[in-house]
Design a protein around this ligand. Structure first.
Ligand code: K7E
Ligand code: CUA
Ligand code: CA
Length: 642
């Protein structure tokens, strides 16, 4: 299906002369309307591009359809967007297998209801949750030797600048950290190796980009000179913030090098503008690199400040601080215009920064960035080995491990497949280097893109998922709120082949896809997972200490160990429930009517809730998770005496 109001890539009258989107074009931000400026930047013009590939292109036999009972071959970790969760998908089927609540409450799990989850989420002094909203964008997983090691995933919350860690053995969120003095925490990426000790071949840090500049420390001032952004480093194990870098401009997405030495963030607001027209006033912005080893040496040497009440060391990475390459902590590389997305190629050589308001991708060679830091390269912008035209609104890039990159074109509603080496050759002057390999229409306005194993050394070029921000006519109409459309594309052949549309709840943003062999999750908890575990049904009972009452209970299908229990009006009741069932998939729920209590306990899991017994009467506590033929009969009775 084609968007006929969008110029196609071989519409040369439009294609040949567009270079940068101008303010007027963006002011109306007319989705899908290709607006062009006549401005030429003197860079390369695009070579003849093949016509948009029809989905009927030669089929490689790959299919998104699995027979009943067949298992997927890949896991996908999908950001949940506003729902503040992380979603687990099986691919290629696209079936959603699990939602892991992180930043916002979840009524199935009891996330935000149980004491254990509230402790992770964070509470106010009155015991209520500090936040009940979330906005996740990016999820990435821990690495070992350049591939995922199945230990952790991390996900950001843009609203409240929190980072959550997900244990990939139990598929649960186990820690959340709020970044101090940061607003709009957006990009996130774990490191892949230690920059100093290469024997440490796995993730030990997670880098976090702060998108919005704010007064440091925050204060009610309109004085823009006092607004700055911070780039933060979080310890992968303790989840404490190790250090921050104060920078000029903002952070957006984050990428890390395979050798652990470099991290980078794309900057769309080098202008430090407060309004969008200011933020797009410059023709070029930057991709900002961080020299991790130097930053940590500066912290060690005490060359830092702290901001407000935060104790986190903050080093200076502003432009003024790094005139001398050999002592600089950061490097600002000029890229056009309001770039979006920075991605590391699986050959470990390049970061690719997409232009967004420029129809180009900029290829930065990492060894040259290290040369610049070592004083062996005079000009930082000479780290750019190509800047080539791809199409309108390039946002994110994925890789197939065979030298090709796949970039989403938001305004063109396309994915463009292009060859990185040929793009470099073309930029160097070989005008016969046809770097654009293929284009495919997607539906519609794609943002994130990722290929199976894309940003690992094991990129396998099988599947490509595309997060389309608009689904328009692709699904049955359900009123004003449309599902988004995650599309799956087969990239195993020369031509891309569209395999499937998947409606998803808004809005996932980003995702990673990796081989299922990389994970071996546990199916049953260890009883000791929670120190409150009641290991024997005989330990059950009601234990009173003044007005504080502890109710200890176990579940074993189809019974709760306490068939009834009595408390007094006004008691502070803590109910601890251990599921003694050991059988895989045997989960129970526990709900108390009128008390806002519902949570689940998986096999051998323990959870607790605390509430004030403020309503007298009989309350049938019942199992909310179908577990047994006598599931409906699986009840307990709470009697609250007046
Ligand atoms: Cu990852 Cu949407 Cu937050 Cu790009 S951002 S699209
Ligand atoms: Cu236990 Cu349903
Ligand atoms: Ca800008």
């Amino acid at each position: 299906m084609k968007n006929d109001h969008i110029p196609t890539p071989n519409d040369t009258t439009v294609w040949g002369r567009r270079r940068f989107l101008n303010t007027a074009a963006l002011a109306g931000l007319t989705l899908g309307t290709a607006a062009c400026a006549d401005k030429e930047s003197g860079g390369a013009s695009t070579p003849a591009a093949p016509a948009a590939a029809a989905p009927q292109a030669a089929h490689t036999g790959a299919s998104a359809h699995l027979k009943p009972g067949e298992l997927d071959t890949y896991y996908g970790l999908w950001s949940g967007g506003h729902t503040g969760d992380l979603r687990v998908l099986g691919l290629p089927s696209g079936r959603e297998l699990l939602r892991i609540p992180c930043f916002a409450p979840d009524a199935l799990v009891g996330w935000g209801i149980t004491n254990e989850s509230k402790k992770i989420m964070g509470t106010k002094p009155d015991g209520h949750l500090r936040y009940t909203v979330g906005d996740t964008h990016h999820t990435h997983a821990s690495y070992k030797d350049g591939n995922y090691d199945g230990r952790y995933a991390w996900i950001n919350d843009k609203i409240n600048s929190r980072i959550a860690r997900i244990r990939l053995d139990y598929f649960v969120c186990d820690k959340i950290t709020q970044l101090p003095n940061v607003q709009g925490f957006h990009g996130i990426f774990p490191d892949k190796r230690d920059p100093v000790d290469p024997a440490i071949n796995h993730t030990t840090r997670v880098f976090c980009g702060g998108e919005f500049s704010i007064p440091l420390p925050n204060a009610p001032t309109e004085d823009r000179a006092r607004y700055q952004s911070l780039f933060s480093c979080v310890d992968a194990e303790t989840m404490e913030v190790r250090w921050q870098v104060q920078i000029d401009g903002n952070c957006d997405l984050v990428a890390t090098s395979f050798d652990g030495k470099l991290a980078a963030t794309n900057q769309y607001n080098t202008e430090m503008g407060a309004h969008f027209e200011d933020m797009m006033s410059a023709e070029r912005d930057a991709c900002l690199f961080f020299n991790i080893a130097r930053i940590e040496a500066a912290v060690k040497a005490g060359k830092f400040k702290t901001i407000g009440t935060s104790k986190v060391p903050v080093v200076d990475g502003t432009r003024a601080s790094n005139k001398d390459a050999q002592t600089a902590l950061t490097a600002y590389i000029s890229v056009p215009k309001n770039p979006h997305g920075v991605n590391a190629s699986p050959d470990q050589k390049y970061f690719i920064c997409a232009g967004k308001l420029s129809p180009t991708a900029t290829i930065i060679e990492l060894s040259k960035v290290l040369d610049w830091f070592d004083g062996k390269l005079a000009k930082i912008d000479d780290t750019i080995v190509a800047e080539v035209e791809l199409g309108l609104g390039p946002l994110h890039t994925a890789f197939d491990g065979r030298g090709n990159a796949y970039t989403t074109l938001f305004l063109d509603s396309q994915v463009v497949k292009w060859n990185v080496d040929k793009a470099i050759a073309f930029f160097k002057g070989d005008k016969t280097a046809n770097y654009v390999v293929d284009r495919i229409d997607v539906h519609y306005q794609p943002g994130h893109i990722n290929a199976s194993q894309s940003e690992t050394i094991a990129a396998d070029g099988k599947y490509l998922a595309v997060g389309c921000k608009f689904s328009k006519d692709r699904f049955l109409p359900v009123g004003p709120l449309h599902a988004e459309n995650e599309q799956l594309i087969d990239i195993s052949g020369e031509k891309m082949v569209l395999l499937a549309d998947h409606p998803v709840r808004g809005e996932p943003h980003d995702f990673i896809i990796f081989k299922r062999e990389l994970l071996s999750p546990k199916q049953v908890y260890d009883l000791d997972h929670n120190p409150l575990a009641i290991k024997d049904a005989k330990e059950s009972g009601v234990f009173r200490n003044g007005k504080k009452v502890t109710v200890k209970m176990t579940s074993l299908a189809p019974t709760f160990s306490l068939r009834e229990f009595k408390v007094k009006r006004g008691d502070e009741v803590t109910l601890i429930l251990t599921n003694l069932d050991k059988i895989e998939d045997l989960t129970h729920g526990f709900a108390i009517p009128n008390y806002n209590v519902n949570f689940i306990v998986n096999p051998q899991e323990t959870a607790s809730v605390t509430f004030i017994a403020d309503q007298p009467g009989v309350f049938w506590c019942y199992c909310t998770h179908f577990c047994h033929a006598l599931h409906l009969e699986m009840r307990s009775r709470m009697i609250v005496e007046a």
